[in-house]
Design a protein around this ligand. Structure first.
Ligand SMILES: Cc1ncc(COP(=O)(O)O)c(C=O)c1O
Length: 397
């Protein structure tokens, strides 16, 4: 959450006062139509044909993969550093996640992606973690070579870019999260974006099993299959329209702050940034530093803390580190054995492994990385204080 306040409250209040909270209705009936408007505005902003608002980022990943035709027998390459939702999404559809190392950019390591490709690989899912763009040129090259599609998990990076293109629009399909912690938010929410008509129609159908029955809910011209319910409501649509208008301004502020931090980093012999695949496109909601080893990283963090400055290391971020994904490490893919992708006969030939020590490089990189959160609201005085503290802590490591 970068900023939520009076404007979002007014937008939500307008919907509540209209009494029309359900997204599907005849637009001519005076219905607020906020979800549909958000979808159009989002698509226009990032330059894609289709966008679909759903209830969460997890739902966006699941609908995207369903739209891409993923199912039992398929493998989806996911990074070892991401929120557990990224590997859970293919599991939900009967496919297997293939957990792959990240490199010094904290995003998918193209070399390990290449090594993990098998005959079953259907999708590569780069994740732009904490706003950091993945190495999309290398990933798209590998995908093209093997005729594999790419789903960008841009849950943590709405508003970021890679070489001038919005994150989420470079692969075949993109997925965003709008949960409380994300760059734009309605408390919960997510979106699928794509230029592919077929993917969009299937994602649309999967997102709402009742779609064919709602007025103005059924724009598809393919046979209906059984879907689910990941339908957003008008309050989410209204809040997100406001958030969408603010994001570029807020990221200009975080980027300006990161530039100042990186200047301090460049001037100090003991400080090194993480490897940025696109330093300008990075959302800059964190500044990433890398150290020689975990001990040095923790010393730096402790010194910063002595000056009242917060920082964190991604190895401590629990749900984002593959070795902590208990259900996956234990290969418990469902509450019901017959629905468990790990036990499905179609997946029996997969060589995918699930062991806490299987991606040692990722664990090593995460343990010597330090993140400094960047908030758009931080004042110039607070920033100066932090820059002094960073230089002082670096002197001490
Ligand atoms: C990288 C990543 N992917 C997917 C998700 C899932 O999003 P949600 O929590 O909206 O379901 C998240 C959310 O934290 C995430 O960080």
């Amino acid at each position: 959450m970068l900023e939520v306040g009076r404007d979002e409250a007014k937008a939500a209040a307008r919907v509540i006062e209209s009494g029309d909270l359900f997204r599907y209705a005849d637009p001519k009936s005076g219905h607020p139509n906020e979800c549909a408007k958000f979808e159009r505005e989002l698509a226009r902003k990032i330059g894609v044909e289709h966008s679909l608002l759903v209830t969460s980022g997890t739902a966006a990943l699941v609908c995207a993969l369903a739209g891409m035709g993923v199912g039992p027998g398929d493998e989806v390459i996911v990074p070892a550093y991401t929120f557990i939702a990224s590997p859970l999404a293919p599991l939900t559809l009967g496919a297997l996640p293939v957990i792959t190392e990240v490199d010094e950019s904290l995003t998918l390591d193209p070399k390990d992606v290449q090594a993990k490709i098998s005959r079953r690989t259907k999708i590569i899912m780069p994740v732009h973690m904490v706003g950091l763009p993945a190495n999309m040129n290398a990933i798209m090259r590998i995908a093209r070579k093997h005729n594999i599609e790419v789903l960008e998990d841009a849950a943590q990076s709405f508003g970021g870019k890679y070489r001038g293109r919005w994150l989420g629009t470079i692969g075949h399909v993109g997925a965003y999260s709008f949960n409380y912690f994300k760059n734009i938010t309605a408390g919960e929410g997510g979106a699928v974006v794509t230029n592919d008509d077929g993917v969009f129609m299937r994602a649309l159908m999967h997102h709402d099993g009742g779609l064919a029955f709602w007025p103005h809910g059924k724009p598809f011209d393919m046979p209906v299959f059984a879907g689910w319910n990941y339908r957003a409501n008008e309050i989410q649509g209204a809040m997100l329209r406001v958030q969408l208008r603010k994001i570029s301004r807020l990221l200009r502020r975080t980027r300006a702050q990161k530039a100042r931090i990186m200047k301090t980093v460049a001037e100090h012999p003991k400080l090194r940034p993480v490897s940025y695949n696109d330093p300008e496109g990075d959302c800059s909601t964190i500044a990433g530093l890398r150290f020689r080893d975990e001990e040095q990283a923790r010393t730096f963090m402790a010194k910063l803390a002595q000056d009242g400055q917060g920082s964190w290391t991604p190895i401590d971020s629990g749900r984002h580190v593959y070795s902590n994904w208990e259900a996956i490490m234990a290969k418990r893919g469902s509450y019901h054995p017959a629905l468990d992708a790990f036990r499905r006969p179609e997946n029996s030939k997969s060589k995918a492994r699930y062991e806490p020590d299987m991606c040692p490089k990722t664990l090593e990189i995460l343990s010597r990385t330090v993140f400094l959160d960047i908030r758009p609201q931080t004042t110039a005085g607070q920033q100066r204080k932090r820059l002094r503290a960073i230089a002082k802590a670096a002197d001490a490591v």
